[in-house]
Design a protein around this ligand. Sequence first.
Ligand code: ADP
Ligand code: MG
Length: 336
Amino acid sequence: MDEFDIIASLFAPLATSVGSDLLRDDVAEIITSGRTIVTADAIVEGVHFLSSDPIETVAAKLVRVNVSDVVAKGGRPTAAVLSLIWPETRRLRGAEELPRFADALGAELRRWGAQLVGGDTTSTPGPLTLSLTLLGCCGPRGPVRRSGASAGDDVWVTGAIGDGWLGLEVALGRLSEISAEDAAALLGRYRTPEPPALAFAGVIAEFATGSVDVSDGLAADAGRLAVASNVALEFDLSAIPLSDEAERAEKRAPLKVSLERLIAGGDDYQALFTAPPCHREELAARASGLGIRLSRIGTARAVSNDAAPSVRFLNEKGETLALARSGWRHFGDDGL
Ligand code: ADP
Ligand code: MG
C-alpha cells in the first residue's frame, strides 16, 4: 500500500458526511453557524505512548488527549485532521497495523461525535508520530477560558487524579507491589485515559467561570488557571479524588506513591474548573445524573496586592504541602 491507497482505502471511509468529497480533494471546507474552537495535540512513540502499546489504544489516546481540551472548554468535537508520520522501520507491520489503527480511530471519533476531514501521511526515520487537530463547536458564550475564575469560586475536578501516572509506572516496571488486577486497570488508564463524557461539556459551558484540562499534572495545570485568572487556588488535599486502585497503591507502596506524586504526575485528561458556590448543588446533581464523578476540591481566593497568583495544597492540619516538581515539562525545568 502506498500513501494514496492508505488514504483512499483506510481514511476516506472515516469521512462520513453524506455527499462530501472529504479526503478526495486538497482541502476540506468547514461551514459552521456557531462558534468554532480548535486544538492540536501530537503523541510520539516513547514519549506519550510505548512501542509495546497496542495500535488501537494509541489511536484512542490520540483522540482523547484532544477531546479533553475541547470538553474542558465546554465544546463538542466536530471534525478532526490527522497527521500520520509512520516509521520506515514499521513499514512491514504497517500492512497489518494501519487498518487496525484506522478502525480504532474511526470508532473513537464517532464516539465523540466527530469525523475525519483531512490530514497528511508521510514516513519517517524517527518514531511513530501522530498529530490530531480537533475542531469543536461551543455555545454563544464561546469557550470557557482559563482566565475566568474569580475569588470566591469553588474549584471542581472530574474523574480521578493520578491513575495515568501510576499506569506509566506500571508500564515501566516500577510498581510491582500492587496486585495484577490493579496493575492492569492502571495500565489501561495510561493507555486510554477517559476524559469527561460529551454530555458534561454542556454542564461546563453553563456553569464554569474558568476551566483547564488536566494533562500535565493537577498541580501544574491548576497553576496555569491561577495565573490566567490572577487568583490564588487553595486545594484541600483530602478532597482530591483517587481511584480505588490508586488508594491501594498508596497503601502498598507508600514510599513510591504519595498524594504529592499523584497531583504532580500527568496524563489525567480531566477537567479542572471553577464555578460560583451558588451552583454547588446543581453541579453535583447534573454530574451524578450523567454518571460522572465530580469533586469539589478547593477555593479560589483573591491575590493580595504584592503577591503573585499561586496554588496551595493544604492537609487536614492546614499545613501547606511543599511540591518539589509540579508537572511534566518537555524541555526541562529551564525551558529550551
Ligand atoms: P497533498 O498533495 O496536499 O499532500 P495528500 O495526498 O497528502 O495531498 O492528501 C490528499 C487528501 O487526503 C487531502 O484531502 C488530505 O487532507 C487527505 N489526507 C491525507 N492523509 C490523511 C490522513 N492521514 N488522514 C486524513 N486525511 C488525510
Ligand atoms: Mg500531503
